[in-house]
Design a binder for this molecule. Structure first.
Ligand code: HEM
Length: 447
């Protein structure tokens, strides 16, 4: 297939300054990524992009081409130790994109039989999460968070709510004690906010190591214990890395799925009068503003031609879920009623294994918020909202909202109180000083 010649960037487009590669970083991209995707489509099904200064990649923007790549695990591999530009020193290990793209021994970066073994342990353990328990714990966390700001009549629904909620729900599912859970929250928050990221990663891995030791000694009704029981027989090191993967792969996109869906509900009048509005708004968000906009890094196993593009073994190739979902060819399929055919969860052997719990947490979190704050609305003009920079995740920096102040019935349910002591009995804070937000939540649960 003949590849079209590279399009000329519009005047002012930063592609002029990046050696013809279109930068997916910086404030212009964050302000309007869809304008960039429209432009990138002029290159054909794939386009040359820059993920951070000096980090080059090929981005697949076309839906059918994306599926072809995601399903061809013979020609494309996930193991980032194949990444030529990193191996040959053109990308520094200190690059801002390295923490997400560099190899770790987990399912996300594995191929073939090793991937199957790790992934099976993950899917089987996540399948043991009881949906009633998940619904109850999401509602409890949600009610607690609302009780912290409800009487103010205003809140940042991102920082005060969407960001915190998945962290607490995960701590509950993973059976984290007060001390361990506080450090997981500290580590995850530092990693995602980029504040002392290296220290944060150390704190998080340290806490997960302790969690693994604790669950080996005293297994519980939680995801780490189920991973340990699994016939894949994961070693302690493998356990630490799969638990870290679940936390990292789960928290940030969940925060953004809740945030982006709330944003949609608060900025589109169309949902106001529909039944089932949250599901509808979430599906529309997954199509048009997915939490992971560009990811699925893959590396060709040999020099090849792919969708008219010459690739060398070890080149970094990513999929733009956001561009593939919004391509003109897909609009017809979507209108024909296949409302879940989007790529927001990726596809193929590495597709998200946890979309059902992720959907359930998102819907329950938003439902409880809208029930408790029925007149919630945006507190600032839509145009003043800003989005976090970076090529991978798509999420707001803040979502300021206002509502009639409420005194939430902030008592936990009897079931929650009955379950809470299992966290507390293992949970001294070991003299580390001030209690963290997770300990405060556990105190609230049992007061
Ligand atoms: C309960 C919350 C979640 C958990 C525990 C979770 C877990 C995971 C795991 C373990 C993987 C790696 C699978 C593999 O490589 O075989 C993965 C992949 C993925 N997840 Fe999720 N996830 C969650 C929520 C989400 C959400 C909300 C989204 C966005 C809509 C999402 C989108 C994706 C995508 C696009 C991939 C493929 C990434 C890639 O190949 O680079 N996930 N997820």
């Amino acid at each position: 297939m003949d590849r079209p010649t590279a399009p000329v960037p519009p005047p002012g487009c930063p592609a002029h300054q990046s050696g013809g590669r279109v930068p997916l970083h910086g404030p212009e991209f964050a302000a309007d990524p869809q304008a960039y995707y429209s432009y990138l489509r002029h290159y054909g099904p794939t386009a040359p992009v820059e993920l951070a200064p000096g980090v080059e990649a090929t981005l697949v923007t076309d839906y059918a081409t994306a599926l072809q790549l995601l399903q061809d695990s013979g020609a494309f591999r996930k193991d980032a130790r194949r990444w030529r530009d990193l191996n040959e020193g053109r990308v520094s290990p200190d690059s801002p994109v390295a923490p997400l793209l560099a190899y770790r021994p987990n399912a996300m970066f594995s191929d073939g039989a090793e991937h199957l073994r790790l992934r099976q342990a993950i899917t089987d353990s996540m399948a043991r999460v009881d949906s009633r328990r998940l619904g109850r714990s999401t509602e409890q966390v949600s009610t607690y968070l609302i009780s912290q700001f409800g009487s103010r009549g205003s809140a940042d629904l991102l920082g005060d709510y969407a960001k915190q909620l998945p962290l607490f729900v995960f701590n509950e599912l993973f059976g984290c004690t007060a001390d361990i859970g506080d450090r997981v929250v500290f580590g995850m928050t530092g990693m995602f906010d980029g504040v002392n990221a290296e220290q944060a990663v150390g704190v998080m891995f340290g806490a997960i190591g302790e969690l693994v030791a604790l669950k080996r000694a005293r297994p519980g009704d939680d995801v780490p214990s189920w991973l340990m029981e699994h016939s894949s027989k994961l070693t302690d090191e493998e356990l630490v890395h799969q638990i870290a993967l679940l936390l990292v792969a789960g928290n940030e996109p969940l925060r953004n799925l809740i945030g982006n869906t709330l944003h949609r509900l608060l900025t589109h009048d169309a949902y106001a009068h529909q039944g089932g509005l949250i599901d509808e708004a979430m599906d529309d968000t997954l199509w048009e503003n997915p939490p992971m906009q560009n990811l699925a890094p893959h590396y060709p196993t040999s020099d090849m031609e792919f969708a008219g593009q010459k690739l060398q073994a070890g080149d970094l190739v990513l999929v733009s879920f956001a561009a593939a979902n919004t391509g003109p060819a897909l609009t017809a399929a979507r209108q024909a009623g296949s409302n879940r055919a989007h790529l927001a969860w990726s596809a193929g052997p590495h597709a998200c294994p946890s979309k059902e719990p992720a959907r359930q947490i998102t819907v329950a979190a938003i439902e409880n918020l809208l029930n408790k704050l029925p007149d919630v609305e945006l507190a600032v003009p839509t145009e003043s909202l800003t989005w976090r920079p970076g090529p991978f995740n798509r999420g707001l920096t803040a979502l300021p909202a206002k509502f009639t102040p409420v005194r939430t019935a902030s008592r936990p349910t009897p079931e929650a109180r009955a379950e809470a002591p299992s966290h507390h009995e293992q949970g001294p804070t070991r003299g580390r000083g001030e209690r963290g937000v997770w300990s405060q939540f556990l105190n609230w649960l049992t007061r």
